[in-house]
Structures are given as structure tokens and as C-alpha cells.
Design a protein around this ligand. Structure first.
Ligand SMILES: [Zn+2]
Ligand SMILES: [Zn+2]
Length: 162
């Protein structure tokens, strides 16, 4: 009788073991599901990342463009404000053609670069960012304006006489 009870207990503990194992299998299944979910999440995140990457690239491009525009603006400011305003008494001849100034050949400032020229070398007029009406510029500055205006497709009219 004791032997049978012993067997019975063995069977019970076997059943317990089985139940435990089943639970463990269920846990492993859960973990598998969790792993799959995480992998999917990871893939989704990767997708999001690549989308954000291209968004970043686009931003960088836009930034580059803004930088270029900034350079252009700085160029305007350089032309109009930061160039040295040459003082009259330092200059005895035209900055471009080097003809000496006298009563007949008067000094003229280029309002863009600030250098001093004879009338022939500075008889163009341009609308500078700092001015509300066209002002005298030298031939060299005029060329820069023409080149730049061609780039912008916005040609500001000029007069050849002062
Ligand atoms: Zn000159
Ligand atoms: Zn000039």
C-alpha cells in the first residue's frame, strides 16, 4: 500500500513538473512574441530614421541655400558699406585709368567701392542697397553688378550720363 502511495506521489510530482514545463513553454512563447514585436518596432524605427535622414539632408540643403543667400547679402553690404571711402586729398589720379586730376578732370567717388575715379571711369549709375536712387559707380563695380544681375535675372536700368 505504501508502495502504491509512493507511486501516486511520483505521478503527482510528474504532473506538477509537466505543468511547470508547460508554463515555461508559454513564457518562452510570450518572449518569442515580444521579440517579434520588438523586431517589428526596430524595423519601423529604421524606416522612421531613414525618413528623418532624408529630411535632415533636405534641411542641410536648405541651410546651404540660406548660407549662399547670406553670402549674397554680405556681398551687397561689403559693396555698399564696408568698402573704404577714399579721402580726396590722398588721391592724385584716377584709380582705374591713372589720369591725373586737375581742374578739367574732377574727382568722383564710386559709391560702391569708395575709390576715386575720373568721370569717364565712373559714369555708370546703379541702385545700391543703401541708396534709394541710382548712384555713381565705377566701371569695375558696374561689371560686378551686371554679372550679379544676370544671375538674378533682374536687370536694373542704368543711365550712362550723370
Ligand atoms: Zn579714369
Ligand atoms: Zn567701384
Amino acid at each position: 500500500m505504501a508502495e502504491i502511495r509512493g507511486k501516486h506521489q511520483e505521478t503527482e510530482s510528474f504532473v506538477d513538473e509537466m505543468t511547470k514545463l508547460r508554463m515555461e513553454v508559454a513564457i518562452v512563447d510570450d518572449l518569442k512574441n515580444e521579440l517579434q514585436r520588438l523586431q517589428k518596432e526596430n524595423d519601423d524605427l529604421k524606416d522612421t530614421c531613414s525618413v528623418q535622414d532624408s529630411a535632415l539632408l533636405e534641411l542641410a540643403e536648405q541651410l546651404g541655400r540660406s548660407k549662399l543667400e547670406m553670402e549674397e547679402l554680405r556681398f551687397d553690404i561689403d559693396l555698399s558699406k564696408e568698402n573704404k571711402w577714399m579721402s580726396d586729398d590722398q588721391v592724385i589720379s584716377c584709380y582705374q585709368c591713372e589720369a591725373s586730376f586737375n581742374l578739367a578732370r574732377r574727382k568722383h567717388h564710386c559709391r560702391s567701392c569708395g575709390q576715386i575715379f575720373c568721370n569717364d571711369c565712373s559714369n555708370k549709375k546703379r541702385l545700391l542697397p543703401s541708396s534709394s536712387k541710382p548712384v555713381r559707380v565705377c566701371d569695375e563695380c558696374d561689371m560686378i553688378f551686371i554679372k550679379r544681375l544676370h544671375g538674378f535675372g533682374d536687370f536694373v536700368g542704368r543711365t550712362d550720363t550723370i
